[in-house]
Design a protein around this ligand. Structure first.
Ligand code: HPA
Length: 271
């Protein structure tokens, strides 16, 4: 990772610290159509564009606001590779949280269901991933402040956190969440039916266009990590209809209440 990234992280943090003294223990990144969950958490809001080093998300459904409360930092909107961002920008919020002292990262996203039993609008707890984006944010110059050159990915999605989330789901939603492997594509097109069949053969339950780079960054930085998908649609070829972004946002909204319940429960548990 370039030293310019380290400088940008320092600038961003210095700015954030002029707005709040909080060092939240949990950082949550909200994906497509899920920004409304930010309203459930108290805190000081900053537009990404006012924070040095922060590009502004361009995709509909992403607001581009950082909300910092005593317990949780909420990133309303993320940076995608398909927007043309370098991978270092995609993982920027994770690096920032590492330097800030945040201990636990929770990633959320909208994803297509490869498992035909999934129902649009349901939550799926990610237990592993396949990086199919063809690159890695940590290629190039090695900066030891973000972790070792080579790092293990065996327990990227922290088992103890997954257990906590399942306990909260059982208590507050009456049932545990389905779990699955997320396969990250670059986008911005949705997958072809043949690609979805490939994903299925390779053991993926979900396909999406985010999360994998941030998960790799969290792991490199030694942060605890959980990731929850909203399965907004069945993936191409499994779905009877063509896919579109409006549907993704609409089904994202359907899952907002249950996702919010899990996230507020988890933040309370971890604080
Ligand atoms: N594929 C990739 N990304 C997605 C999908 C999908 O089917 N649905 C929501 N995000």
């Amino acid at each position: 990772m370039d030293t310019a990234i380290s400088i940008a992280v320092d600038q961003a943090l210095a700015y954030i610290k002029t707005k709040t003294d909080a060092i939240p223990s949990v950082g949550i990144i909200l994906g497509s159509g899920l920004s409304g969950i930010g309203d459930a958490f108290p805190g000081v809001s900053m537009d990404y564009h006012e924070i040095p080093g922060f590009p502004r998300p361009t995709v509909a459904g992403h607001r581009g606001v950082l909300k910092v409360g005593p317990q949780a930092a909420i990133f309303l909107g993320r940076f995608h590779f398909y927007e043309g961002n370098p991978m270092s920008t995609v993982v920027f919020p994770i690096l920032l949280m590492k330097k800030w002292g945040v201990k636990t990262i929770v990633l959320t996203n909208a994803a297509g269901g490869v498992n035909p039993n999934f129902i649009p609008g349901q939550l799926v707890l990610i237990n592993d991933h396949i990086n199919f984006q063809g690159t890695n944010a940590f290629m190039g110059a090695h900066d030891p402040q973000w972790g070792p050159r080579f790092f293990d990915m065996t327990t990227t999605y922290t088992p103890a956190l997954r257990d906590k989330i399942q306990k909260i789901a059982k208590e507050k939603l009456g049932k545990s969440l389905d779990e699955g492997v997320y396969m990250g594509f670059t986008g911005p097109c949705y997958e072809t039916p043949a690609e979805v069949r490939m994903a299925s053969v390779l053991g993926a339950s979900l396909v999406g266009m985010s999360t994998v780079p941030e998960a790799i960054a969290a792991r490199s930085c030694g942060l605890d990590l959980a990731a929850i998908s909203v399965c907004t649609n069945l993936a191409a070829g499994i779905s009877k209809t063509e896919l579109n972004h409006a549907e993704v946002v609409e089904f994202g909204k359907k899952a907002e209440a249950s996702l919010q319940t899990i996230l507020t429960g988890l933040v309370a548990d971890l604080s």
